[in-house]
Design a protein around this ligand. Structure first.
Ligand code: ZN
Length: 658
């Protein structure tokens, strides 16, 4: 592991120890092998003069909710050292009281809550303290000879301590072990199954000592050939409907809609094909704090009808019953990751963010498990110790922060066709803003850039090709697990021509996109929607259906046919709980079809000003693509949960439609 320290960058922070602390914290955070989603924390001790002219020693320790990779000075909680040191001397202290006392000892009440490892940082008598849950360090201790490995690798200048649950009792243990210690003889502390501390009065030395010690652990793993992981290409490729059925089943355990992502990287597939993968992973997580994100063990996807879902739920129930105390309330029984032999791994969660966390943690986990196995067997903390952390109130509080308040469409998956621009894009953006995972499909490749990241998927798709639609839906199922909301919007608006002047190709092309295209998309989506959460289809029709105009025969006929298709779909899909509703927008001018010039010409044609032309409806109001999007969002939500087969105009009121 190479030092990322840059003198030039560090010079910017020389004057401010907290800013320098933030800088080297970010350097640590830049190494995913050191810190994973909340694993690891750092601190600096600063002398300052308070309002009353008194000198105080303050510990600036990482605040909860901040990530080391991006932390800024305001991400550190300033806590009075004398209070922390007094707390370390207590024989007993509940974690709840500890958290409260730490908060009360902050000199800035609006700073984030201090890390639960704050007392531990206070005990270590150096200005800078760095703590990580390094993959390599934890892995070599997660083995039958873990302690011996640690002593051999790190030598006499590193204190090796047995595992104990984080929180006050850990701080207390370190206090007891170090009260008579000559700290000058030590560069670090290794906590078995947990992580490593380094410390120094110089920020750079503390940081680089961390890298030095971790590198020794990495070298040890490499020498023992423990860094080699299995790689393979998939021998099984789960189909979209198969994935959707599994997601639906898991949703029953989660008690809410969820996302599920297939990881078929060579490493994931290689691991999944290892005959001892599940048995090894079932022994426990890399560090105990991972348990709150990925549960104590993964699910094994098997050949049974429910793919192993009920079996996992039963094993979780038994685990809870075995370790519970009276005050514990069982969490959901839904796995957060699964091993699908020959196919790869699955990440499971209610939000795109939680999927990302699971995916990151399991990617490291599968390498650590194989390394531990190569070193004589994977042996992390005991199941009882994992339970203690999973049901520790302070860990549960962390999850609540990540979860936040729940957006209306959280955990649901939407597909919007024709989403590169105009109404389709506005719909896709609005659904995403309401928490849905959104796949945006379009012929225009720009959609792949507009819709990217964890919660979006932009796909080039041609609705005149069944193969193109199938491959898009497969990609959606692999990234999000299934489909709940289909907004079938892709359409074409041919130039105005009277029937007498309409060519054969104008006619057939328009019908092929505006009618048959929707049929192809709906048909392909039905198997997925049948496994959806509150599934529904929104068909984007047109005012031309109830109120056609001259010069748009192909367009009006295709949209009228489409409306009839939607009505039949409502009849056919009702038994499966799939709702099908149609919207009829009119005069939505903020879309690609309507340039300023075209609008001006049309207005002139009617002898109207542009403004009067845009608001040529009963309510005298302008209709935007955002208005249409908000209607769609409402219609896929609970307000319309008892409505199917409806046609809703969004046109400002039209006397021909009314
Ligand atoms: Zn830790």
């Amino acid at each position: 592991m190479q030092s990322r320290w840059q003198d030039q960058d560090a010079a910017n922070f020389r004057q401010d120890p907290v800013a320098l602390r933030a800088y080297t914290s970010r350097l640590l955070g830049a190494e995913p092998a050191l810190v994973q989603h909340g694993g690891g924390n750092t601190s600096v001790k600063v002398e300052h003069t308070n309002l009353f002219g008194e000198n105080e020693s303050i510990l600036y320790v990482k605040g909860s909710g901040w990530d080391l990779a991006t932390i800024q000075p305001q991400g550190f909680a300033p806590v009075k050292m004398d209070v922390l040191l007094k707390m370390a001397r207590l024989q007993k202290l509940s974690d709840k009281d500890m958290v409260q006392a730490q908060k009360a000892a902050m000199i800035n009440p609006s700073a984030p809550a201090p890390s639960v490892e704050a007392i531990l940082h206070a005990i270590i008598p150096f200005r800078y303290v760095d703590h990580t849950h390094s993959d390599a360090v934890v892995t070599l201790t997660n083995t039958p000879d873990g302690e011996a490995h640690a002593r051999q690798v790190f030598g006499p200048r590193v204190l090796v301590l047995p595992y104990i649950m984080p929180g006050f009792i850990l701080a207390r243990q370190v206090f007891e072990h170090t009260r008579d210690l000559n700290w000058a003889n030590y560069d670090g502390i290794v906590l078995l199954h947990h992580g490593i501390f380094t410390f120094h009065d110089d920020a750079r030395v503390a940081y680089e000592n961390m890298l030095k010690l971790v590198t020794r652990a990495e070298d040890f793993l490499r020498e023992r050939k423990a860094t080699e992981v299995r790689r393979a290409t998939p021998t099984i490729k789960p189909g979209a409907a198969e994935l959707a059925a599994l997601r639906k089943n898991l949703g029953g355990l989660m008690g809410q809609p969820l996302l599920m992502k297939l990881n078929s990287s060579p490493e994931a597939v290689g691991f999944s094909s290892w005959d001892r993968a599940e048995a090894t992973a079932a022994r426990g997580t890399v560090t105990p704090d991972h348990v709150i994100h990925i549960k104590p063990r993964p699910m094994l996807v098997d050949a049974s009808e429910d793919r192993g879902v009920a079996k996992f739920a039963e094993s979780y129930r038994a685990y809870f019953e075995k370790h519970r105390a009276a005050e514990h309330k069982e969490l959901d029984r839904c796995p957060r990751w699964a091993i699908w032999p020959g196919a790869g791994t699955l990440s499971i969660g209610t939000t795109a963010k939680s999927i990302r966390i699971v995916e990151d943690i399991t990617r490291h986990t599968i390498a650590c498990l194989q390394a531990g196995d190569a070193l004589g067997g994977w042996q992390p903390v005991t199941e009882a110790e994992l339970f203690e952390v999973e049901y520790w109130e302070l860990e549960q509080a962390k999850l609540k922060v990540i979860g936040g308040s729940r957006p209306a469409l959280q955990g649901r998956v939407a597909v919007v066709t024709g989403a590169a621009s105009g109404i389709g894009r506005a719909i896709a953006e609005d659904l995403r803003a309401q928490g849905a995972a959104v796949a945006a499909l379009d012929l225009n490749a720009s959609v792949t850039e507009t819709f990217s990241g964890d919660q979006s998927l932009g796909l080039v798709c041609d609705v005149t090709s069944e193969a193109s639609i199938q491959s898009a839906l497969q990609a959606v199922a692999e990234k999000f697990g299934g489909l709940d909301i289909l907004v079938t919007n892709a359409g074409t608006f041919p130039p105005g021509r009277h029937i007498a002047d309409l060519s054969e190709s104008d006619w057939t092309n328009t019908l092929n996109v505006n009618l048959s295209g929707h049929w192809r998309v709906i048909k392909a989506a039905i198997p997925l929607l049948k496994q959806g959460f509150d599934p529904s289809i929104i068909v984007v029709g047109s005012k031309n259906v109830p109120a056609p105009g001259p010069g748009a025969a192909a367009y009006s006929a295709s949209k009228a046919g489409l409306t009839q298709l939607a009505r039949v779909a409502a009849l056919e899909l009702a038994p499966f709980g799939v709702r099908v509703n149609t919207i009829h927008p009119d005069a939505v001018f903020d879309t690609g079809i309507w340039s300023e010039e075209v609008i001006a010409n049309r207005a002139k044609h009617y002898g109207l000003s542009v403004q009067d032309y845009k608001t040529k409806n009963l309510l005298k109001t302008e209709i935007t693509s955002k208005n249409v999007a908000q209607l769609v969002t409402a219609m896929v939500g609970p307000a319309f949960s008892k409505t199917t087969g409806a046609q809703i105009p969004i046109d400002g009121g039209n006397d021909r439609v009314i």
